[in-house]
Design a protein around this ligand. Structure first.
Ligand code: 5GP
Length: 352
């Protein structure tokens, strides 16, 4: 039978850091220590595993423990405590089949549990930590994976990279090309052109309707209908002939928006969610939610006329929803497209 590494160390065929030796037992430092003190207490008699300990070995095995205690004292770890481990066969993690006991100490080794037993011979204290870290890492990775998956399937998905939109302000000249006159028609009478024809049922509703919005009775289905009907948004009778400007997207102020609403041939889009649209929107607007616009491209193409200015608004601010819609229309050659950056927030406050 081939000699084990420990037999070859005992016969000095292979060198080792010997800490103790007598006629029956040798103690060496482990070549790959798993703790500040890691010694191997090895009986010289050839006993492959714990399973092979015979009656006549009992005293020798007892001696291993006595020597372990002596070595612990020698290394100054007896009082703080240490661990003795003897692995047996494959599941026990035994790699050298010559009976030996590991003496581990010099740092807190933690409690033994089922997972640390598996790794006890290699990293008795760190195994607990590394197992916990591994579990947490797996949990985090699974959570991230699920989040990415749900996000990918969600039509209102969060964009991982914030898109960069063209944010160019329109000039008065840009607006003048499409309105019937160049004066800003923001008089009360002109504002009333945008008032909805609705019957408020409560004080709150009445207040809402005075903001030139439709009532909160609309549903998603109704908003689709609104999308189709919106092609008939009142074109200004004397609006100048439409000059297409494919791909042109400009941001506009409230005054410019009002001028275009009242004086141009236009198609008005509300890019907010169907729920918000249902709660109130600018009269004549069609609803295309910017977060789901990719799925509404066929609708857009069949409903948005090419011979009108496209006006888009959302909540206001960065106008990402409006820009999403504008981007799609731009790709299909629509233009000019004007984004009212004040959006619903400014519109409602101005119309109070
Ligand atoms: P086992 O895995 O069988 O319980 O433990 C065997 C131990 O022997 C391991 O901790 C391993 O690092 C150690 N070992 C393996 N080869 C050598 C060697 O050549 N010299 C020394 N000093 N230790 C060794």
């Amino acid at each position: 039978m081939q000699q084990t590494i420990f037999q070859r160390i005992i016969t000095r065929e292979i060198p080792a850091a010997i800490e103790y030796e007598d006629e029956e037992i040798i103690v060496i430092r482990d070549i790959a220590p798993s703790a500040p003190v890691h010694l191997l207490i090895i009986p010289k008699r050839v006993i492959p595993t714990i399973n092979d300990i015979a009656e006549e070995d009992v005293q020798l095995v007892g001696k291993i423990h006595c020597i372990a205690a002596n070595m612990a004292r020698k290394f100054g770890i007896a009082e703080q405590g240490y661990r003795l481990v003897t692995n047996c066969n494959d599941y026990g993690g035994q790699t050298v089949f010559h009976l030996h006991t590991h003496l581990l100490g010099g740092e807190p080794l933690g409690r033994m549990n089922s997972s640390s037993v598996t790794h006890a011979t290699t990293t008795p204290s760190r195994s607990i930590t590394s197992t916990a870290v591994f579990d947490v890492a797996v949990f985090v990775l699974v959570a991230i994976g699920l989040a990415i998956g749900f996000n990918a399937m969600n039509p209102k998905a969060i964009a991982w990279i914030k898109p960069e939109f063209e944010r160019q302000l329109a000039t008065q000249n840009d607006i003048n090309k499409y309105v019937q006159n160049t004066a800003s028609p923001t008089t009360q009478t002109q504002q009333q052109a945008q008032q909805p024809q609705v019957q408020p049922t409560t004080d709150t509703a009445r207040k809402t309707t005075t903001l030139a919005v439709n009532t909160a009775t609309a549903t998603t289905a109704q908003s689709t209908t609104a999308a189709q009907n919106a092609t008939s948004t009142q074109p200004a009778a004397a609006a100048p002939a439409f000059t297409p400007e494919p791909g042109v997207v400009r941001e506009i102020s409230y005054d410019m928006f009002v001028r275009l609403l009242e004086g141009s041939k236009h198609y008005l889009i509300d890019a907010r969610s169907a729920e918000k649209f249902a709660q109130g929107h600018i009269n004549g607007a069609a609803n295309y939610f910017g977060g789901e616009v990719q799925s509404r491209i066929p609708d857009l193409l069949s409903n948005v006329p090419r011979d009108r200015v496209v006006l888009i608004y959302c909540d206001g601010g960065e106008c990402e929803l409006s820009h999403h819609v504008a981007d799609v229309l731009k790709q299909f050659g629509y233009g000019p497209i004007f984004i009212y950056t004040g959006g619903w927030a400014e519109w409602t406050s101005k119309r109070k």
